[in-house]
Design a protein around this ligand. Structure first.
Ligand SMILES: Cc1cc2nc3c(=O)[nH]c(=O)nc-3n(C[C@H](O)[C@H](O)[C@H](O)COP(=O)(O)O)c2cc1C
Length: 151
């Protein structure tokens, strides 16, 4: 394999979105979503992370661009959530969650706010307003999750 091919293989398309659970989700329904995600991602060669905070999902998906885009299409039609808002998408050199079919965390709004560098008490609405407003925030979220799952 040439070095150009190696480089191409390492690249990934990354999408970050937020959405709203249609109702407060009991643990077994959250687990079902996670199983669906992990099975679907294994099949597609997609990796990523999902967090659920106070009725809000934040998800990162990474993989081949066309695959990630078509998966986003399926996920957008899932009746278990609504108000999907893509706040960052980009081609990156390296998938951040390449060893995770779908990492999962259930942080508090305060934890997510601290990843974002927000001061004081923050609600999930404050977190969302901040995340939707700035592109640096996508990488802060990603590194916050990475740090938390490494603990
Ligand atoms: C918040 C949320 C996140 C999801 N994430 C994924 C995912 O990462 N990968 C996946 O295959 N399905 C995911 N799903 C499930 C899909 O919406 C869908 O049910 C599943 O992919 C089956 O679709 P298919 O029959 O088109 O394969 C998610 C659903 C929700 C509600």
């Amino acid at each position: 394999m040439t070095s150009i091919e190696t480089e191409k293989q390492a690249m990934a398309y990354q999408v970050f979105y937020s959405s709203q659970a249609v109702a407060p989700l009991p643990l077994d329904e959250l687990e079902k979503i996670l199983v669906d995600a992990r099975v679907g991602n294994e099949k597609r060669g997609v990796t990523g992370a999902l967090i659920y905070v106070d009725g809000v999902f934040l998800q990162i998906l990474e993989g081949p661009e066309a695959t990630v885009k078509s998966l986003m299409h399926s996920i957008a039609q899932d009746s278990r959530h609504s108000s999907m808002h893509v706040f960052h998408e980009a081609e990156v050199d390296q998938a951040l969650f390449s060893t995770w079919k779908m990492a999962y965390l259930h942080p508090t709004p305060a934890q997510v706010a601290s990843w974002l560098g927000l001061q004081g008490t923050a609600t999930i609405e404050d977190v969302l307003a901040d995340v939707h407003g700035g592109s640096d925030q996508a990488s802060r979220i990603a590194y916050g999750i990475l740090k938390a799952i490494a603990q």
